[in-house]
Structures are given as structure tokens and as C-alpha cells.
Design a protein around this ligand. Structure first.
Ligand SMILES: Nc1ncnc2c1ncn2[C@@H]1O[C@H](COP(=O)(O)OP(=O)(O)OP(=O)(O)O)[C@@H](O)[C@H]1O
Ligand SMILES: [Mg+2]
Length: 279
């Protein structure tokens, strides 16, 4: 107690929040531990023995050439991979100390804790903006209209979409622009209050303004959510991520602080990829 008061006094006014965040970050709690994960399509192994620790409340970028397994690995992390017919994963994915592949674990609960945003915005086509965000809550049995309304508003605010849609919540989700639809999908994911958010090339179909809104959002969200983002855009990876994992042909080649990976990669393959020599 005394110690925390001392710490507080030493912090200039207004900086306590920043300081708290950096103290929390320095603890570097591991949120997701990926251990010897293989991802299979039938007998084809698309992900090979990947080991990686994802730090809590950080942004990790998965980069690598097309077909190297970024999406597959991402989908192994919330048990979406096994929903592809013929596909399965082995190894361990440990979320806060619990192996999500343990037989006792319900994958639906895992997908609630580890949300996902896809490359192509996919609002539920027949639903309004409001219902798109509320859908997951209702599916989980939430009936209290006031609470649903509150969560929908908060999620749309956190997805930086509220101001643009607050007067048209009953319009179809599909009536929004591509960038707005992607933020709607982010709001839909946030409504479930995920601890981890997986984003698979979330800006690949957006213009620069739409992309920068999503990037800004990622920077804000990481204060409360652990984020993994797949991107083909090296500048984007450098701008938004704290850590970067470079993959090639199903292998995790190199992982580290984003600055280090971009400025001084250890492997020649990484250096060739980030300098645009292939991929
Ligand atoms: N449904 C599927 N059935 C069989 N093989 C698949 C399937 N989906 C992906 N693969 C294969 O798994 C490997 C990894 O694909 P994945 O989609 O994970 O790559 P990626 O790094 O996300 O590529 P991109 O950058 O193009 O999105 C590729 O060889 C791909 O052909
Ligand atoms: Mg992909």
C-alpha cells in the first residue's frame, strides 16, 4: 500500500494512466502460449510445429508471403480451423493457463473469449446495424434490452463507428461503406468482450482513410485487448505492432520486437522478405 502511494506521488499529474500501462506492459504477462502447433488440411500440414508466446495487451503482427499459413495459424488460435471440413490442429494453445484444445473445453466459449475479424467485412446480410452488434449477445441468452442497447452503443463507440451511425441504427448493416462494415464487424466482435482479438488482414479491402481508422483503433484497443493482426502491409505492421512473427511455408521463421525484426532481423529470409526481395 505504502509503496503504491509512493509510486503515485512520484508520477506527474495526468501521467498515472500512461505509467500504469507501461508498468503492466513491462510485466509482459503471456496471454496465449502456442506450443508445437500443427495445422492440417487432411494429410497436408500447413502449419509446422509453431511455438510462440503472445504477450497480453500487445499487438502482434503475423507477416509472410501468400500461402505461408498466417490465416491457418490465426484460426488455430480460437478453434475456427477445425470448422473447415477435413481440417484439424494438434499441439497446445494455452489461454491464461488453460489448453483450449483440452477435451473438457467448449470451443464456443473459446471463440467468445478469442474473437475474430475477417479479411472481407461480413456483416449479417439481413440484419440492421444494431442487430449485427447485438446478435452475439442475444445468441448467448441476453434478454435485457437496456443492457443490450448499452453494450451496442459502447461497442460501436469503441469501434469508432458510433458517430457515423447513431442516427441510422435500424438501417441494414450492408448499407454501410466497406470501411464502415469492417468497423461494424469489429464492433460485433467487441460486443462479446473478447480478451483476444484476431484480425485477418482487416484493412486489405479498405482505402487509406478506412485503413488508418482501423489502425488507430488497434492502437486504442490494445490497452484492453490482446491483438493479433495478419497483414501484407509492412508499413502497417511497423506502425501498429509491438511484436512481429514472420512465417514462411508453414514455419515460424523469426519472432521478436517489431523494431528489431524490421531494423535488424536475425534470419536472412526475414531480411529478404521485409526488404521486398520476394513475396
Ligand atoms: N481449405 C483449405 N483446404 C486445403 N488447403 C488449404 C485450405 N486453406 C488453406 N490451405 C492451404 O494451407 C496453406 C496456408 O494457407 P493460408 O490461407 O493459411 O495462408 P496465408 O498465409 O493466410 O495466405 P494469404 O496471405 O494468401 O492469405 C496454403 O498452402 C493453402 O493452400
Ligand atoms: Mg490469409
Amino acid at each position: 500500500m505504502e509503496e503504491s502511494m509512493e509510486t503515485k506521488e512520484a508520477v506527474p499529474e495526468g501521467d498515472s494512466e500512461t505509467r500504469k500501462t507501461s508498468i503492466e506492459k513491462s510485466a509482459e504477462k503471456i496471454k496465449v502460449r502456442i506450443e508445437n502447433v500443427n495445422g492440417w488440411y487432411g494429410s497436408k500440414r500447413a502449419i509446422k510445429d509453431v511455438n510462440l508466446d503472445i504477450k497480453e495487451k500487445s499487438v502482434t503482427a503475423f507477416i509472410g508471403p501468400s500461402g505461408c499459413g498466417k490465416t491457418t495459424l490465426l484460426r488455430c488460435l480460437n478453434r475456427m480451423h477445425e470448422m473447415t471440413p477435413g481440417a484439424h490442429a494438434d499441439g497446445r494453445v494455452v489461454l491464461d493457463g488453460i489448453d483450449i484444445y483440452d477435451k473438457s473445453i467448449d470451443p464456443v466459449v473459446i471463440r467468445r473469449r478469442i474473437g475474430m475479424v475477417f479479411q472481407k467485412p461480413n456483416p449479417f446480410p439481413t440484419m440492421s446495424i444494431f442487430d449485427n452488434v447485438a446478435a452475439g449477445l442475444r445468441l448467448n441468452g441476453m434478454r435485457n434490452k437496456t443492457i443490450i442497447r448499452e453494450i451496442v452503443e459502447e461497442s460501436l463507440k469503441n469501434a469508432a463507428l458510433w458517430e457515423e451511425v447513431k442516427n441510422q441504427l435500424e438501417q441494414p448493416g450492408m448499407s454501410l461503406s466497406g470501411g464502415q462494415q469492417q468497423r461494424l464487424c469489429i464492433a460485433r466482435a467487441l460486443a462479446m468482450q473478447p480478451e483476444v482479438l484476431l484480425m485477418d488482414e482487416p484493412t486489405s479491402s479498405l482505402d487509406p482513410i478506412g485503413s488508418s481508422k482501423i489502425e488507430e483503433l488497434v492502437r486504442i484497443l490494445k490497452d484492453s485487448v490482446t491483438i493479433i493482426i495478419v497483414t501484407h502491409n509492412m508499413q502497417q505492421a511497423a506502425r501498429v505492432s509491438d511484436f512481429t512473427a514472420f512465417m514462411y511455408l508453414g514455419d515460424l521463421i523469426e519472432y521478436g520486437l517489431t523494431n528489431q525484426i524490421f531494423m535488424k532481423p536475425e534470419k536472412e529470409l526475414t531480411e529478404r522478405y521485409i526488404s521486398g526481395k520476394f513475396g
